[in-house]
Design a protein around this ligand. Structure first.
Ligand code: NAD
Ligand code: MG
Length: 297
């Protein structure tokens, strides 16, 4: 069986996955995608890189967060996942995969824009996993709006609450529980560097997350907690089919990259594993780009 170590041509990988015009309501479901996203279910091979670690991953029900949850479990970590209540079916599939890897899975549904939920999320994780030493702030909101006049104050606020405030709240609440050696990873985006004209609010939140990570990394490094960022390019996930992009552009999604295709969540997970594990012990305040080759500053 091919795994993430198999020698392959990156331009030809996933030639069988053809992104299709799909339109979903709400946050969108992995199970609602007409062509599947690869979360590494059949391919990710763990080698004990996160043995005994305790992780909280927001947006762990689908897409990049779910692929990361599967990888973390196969690397030996117990994993708590956060997601919206309407994503319960996706979440339960990931819980089963974490448990199949022989690890503890904790499912904690709720809304990241709610301060009280973020506090409870950290508390429940610490109680159920017996601690916390990896925080992945990955849950995110992306809704395209073509005209500035149509970007409502409420939508702007919700994008900031979901992407920026939740990261701040979770990091703030997690740090007191985190022993030296712990790691915090935020999911930013190529949008922080190459903003699209219809993602004004979203792109701005991703730049804010980058800068917040760099500032936090300076503050927390002396305490032995490393903060880093993964910045994905175009990745085939439910978010893109649920208003993240206009539906009609999805068939071309990712084709502008030098690799000529969209990335798959399974291709992001190893970046999170690297930044979570001790093998990145001297990597602090870094942004690891996984974007098919789009140049970044
Ligand atoms: P996804 O839809 O699979 O994951 C996003 C998750 O965010 C959802 O599953 C949902 O559980 C969670 N979420 C959204 N709003 C929430 C709320 N109010 N409360 C609780 N949870 C909420 O899509 P994905 O693409 O895997 O997204 C993961 C991260 O990757 C996001 O931060 C996104 O901005 C980022 N990203 C994605 C791409 C891409 O092309 N897919 C590119 C760059 C960055
Ligand atoms: Mg989801």
């Amino acid at each position: 069986m091919a795994d993430q170590y198999t020698f392959t041509d990156p331009t030809a990988r996933y030639a069988d996955i053809d992104t299709k015009p799909v339109s979903q309501d709400g946050p969108g479901l992995d199970s609602g995608m007409r062509d599947r996203a690869d979360l590494g279910e059949e391919s990710y091979r763990g080698t004990g890189r996160l043995e005994g670690r305790k992780a909280l991953i927001t947006g762990g029900d689908s897409g990049i967060g779910a692929a990361t949850a599967i990888a973390f479990a196969r690397e030996g970590a117990d994993v708590a996942i956060s997601y919206l209540p309407e994503e319960e079916s996706d979440a339960q599939r990931i819980v089963a995969l974490i448990e199949e890897a022989g690890r503890t899975a904790v499912a904690i549904p709720g809304d990241l824009t709610d301060r009280a939920y973020c506090a409870q999320l950290v508390q429940t994780t610490v109680e159920r996993l017996g601690g916390l030493d990896i925080l992945v702030s990955n849950g995110g909101k992306q809704q395209y709006v073509d005209r500035l006049e149509d970007l409502t104050d409420e939508a702007f606020d919700e994008t900031f609450k979901t992407n920026v405030y939740a990261f701040f709240w979770l990091a703030k609440d997690a740090v007191p529980h985190m022993p030296p050696g712990s790691t915090i990873i935020a999911t930013s985006s190529i949008q922080a560097y190459q903003p699209s004209e219809n993602l004004v609010d979203y792109a701005t939140t991703k730049a804010a997350m980058n800068t917040m990570s760099k500032a936090l990394s300076q503050q927390l490094a002396p305490r032995g907690i490393r903060v880093n960022v993964v910045a994905p390019g175009p990745v085939w996930t439910p978010l893109q089919t649920a208003g993240g992009q206009p539906t009609d552009v999805l068939p071309e999604f990712g084709q502008q990259t030098p690799l000529g295709r969209a990335g798959q969540p399974a291709e992001l997970a190893p970046a999170f594993v690297f930044l979570a594990s001790g093998e990145s012990s001297y990597v602090v305040g870094e942004t690891l780009h996984v974007n098919g080759g789009m140049p970044t500053p």
